[in-house]
Design a binder for this molecule. Sequence first.
Ligand SMILES: [Zn+2]
Length: 190
Amino acid sequence: MGGPAGELPEITGAKVGQLVQFPVTPKILPSEGTGFEFKSRRVHFYPLYLEMLDFNHPQARWRFAASRENDAILTFTKLMTLLPSPLRQQLLPRISRHLERLRRINREHFAASEFIDHAISDLEIGYKHIANLQSNESRLDGHGVCPVCGSEITDLADYSDMTYCNTCLDHIQDPRQRLASFDGFGFDAI
Ligand SMILES: [Zn+2]
C-alpha cells in the first residue's frame, strides 16, 4: 500500500476465499469524501479500508447466491410498500421462499453463523411488519404519497424495481445492511 496521493494502490495478499480488509493510510487519501472505483484488481478509494472478495474461491458463489436471494426479497418488499394490505399478505409466501434459501445458504455454507441467522430473522420481522401496515390504496403508478406514512413515493422510471415508499422500506434496511456486511454474507464486497 502507499504511493503519492491520487495514485492507485496495488492490492495484494488477499487470502483465498475470504473477505479481507485493507488498511488505507491517510497519505494516500486523494481528497475528502467517500467512494471508490474498481479497475481490474487495482483500486482507487477513499474509505478507511476496503473489503474485497476473491471471486475464484468456491465460497464466492454462495455470497453471490445469498446476494440474489436478498435482492429478490428487496424487490418483493418494495412492491409491498405500494399495495393495499390484502395484496401485501399474498406476497408473504413468495418472500419466505427466498428467506428460507438464505437460511439454507447460511446453514450449509456459512457454518450456521449466528450473526447471519439473527439478521435473517430481523429481515423477516421487518417485511412482515410492512405487510401488516394498513393501506386501502395502490401506488403502483408511482404517483403521490404513501397512504401509510405520507412520504412521497420514490419512482425512478429507468429502473424496473425502483418504485416504492422509501420510508416504509426502512423497516428492512438495518438487517439488510448486516447481511451485506463483512460479518454477514459479505456481498457488500461484490
Ligand atoms: Zn410509506
